[in-house]
Design a protein around this ligand. Structure first.
Ligand code: SIN
Length: 273
């Protein structure tokens, strides 16, 4: 691997490609600083020209950014409960569960701050992942709308989603729920980001069901405007590292019956404020 580290924006509004850091080896303090800075600046970073990293090294790498979060409901990889395996092929009756824009496990009281996903097997075509910038989504709102939303909290629930998907595999799954601000402040950058998503956000507190549904549907559509987004085309062994506090993402389910496989870890976050 060439040792010169390069960081190139993927698109003007979100994302960057990083080369020159070999994630299969221990990362140095200076590399760690470069990665953290790029993560906060670009919101999602894609490490290219990588080797497949072992589950042990993936866990070790994730821990450079904090303690690891364990998914409350998804099946655990044998011996590695921190790893969430992403896998669909010709036998998959449903997608990998990421086909709508979401922030990972936002139903947890302390949702994961970030996710590191490496894909090892890619379909011949398709299987891209989309990411959207939630600072931009917030900034694009009018001042009166910002003021209205700044005061609101919303429920994030998971039972409707996890029960059908995971309870056949394990009857003892946890289906957490939490109340989070509709607009959260990023603890590092201090910037405000919209924090609602189609998978988990079910009701804005204090509004009637009808009002909440209207506002949430408006916000979901707003967050998904193409100008806030990128669409990432994976190469084998690319590692994506996204910030769940200020982005949404969606895996496009367009490649069935081809195989797509990888592993992800998530890093524990704080209670949103
Ligand atoms: C996920 O939400 O972690 C899955 C993303 C993907 O499969 O591209």
């Amino acid at each position: 691997m060439n040792n010169k580290i390069t960081i190139k924006p993927y698109a003007p509004n979100i994302g960057a490609i990083i080369t020159g850091i070999d994630l299969s080896k221990e990362i140095s303090n200076s590399e760690l600083k470069i990665i953290k800075d790029a993560f906060h600046k670009f919101l999602v970073i894609f490490f290219q020209e990588q080797f497949e990293i072992t589950p042990e090294n993936h866990i070790k790498l994730g821990k450079c950014f904090g303690d690891l979060h364990i998914h409350p409901a998804a099946p655990k990889m044998k011996n590695f409960p921190e790893i969430f395996e992403i896998h669909t092929d010709k036998n998959s009756k449903i997608s990998n569960g990421a086909e709508d824009f979401h922030s990972d496990v936002s139903c947890d009281i302390k949702p994961p701050l970030g996710t590191m996903l490496q894909l090892h097997i890619l379909p011949e075509s398709g299987g891209d992942t989309m990411f959207a910038n939630m600072y931009m989504a917030y900034d694009a709102l009018s001042n009166p709308m910002k003021q209205f939303l700044d005061e609101l909290n919303a429920s994030h629930e998971s039972e409707h989603f996890y029960k059908g998907r995971y309870s056949k595999i394990d009857e003892n799954i946890k289906c957490p729920s939490a109340i989070h601000p509709v607009v959260r402040t990023h603890p590092v950058t201090k910037k405000k980001a919209l924090y609602v998503n189609r998978f988990f956000t079910t009701q804005i507190e204090g509004l009637s069901k009808h009002e909440s549904k209207l506002i949430l549907n408006y916000l979901f559509k707003h967050c998904e405007k193409t100008e806030f987004q990128i669409r990432y085309r994976w190469k084998q062994n690319d590692m994506a590292f996204w910030d769940n506090r200020c982005t949404l993402h969606k895996a496009i389910w367009d490649y069935f019956p081809n195989e797509r496989k990888g592993r992800r870890v998530t890093i524990k976050g704080d209670k949103p404020f």
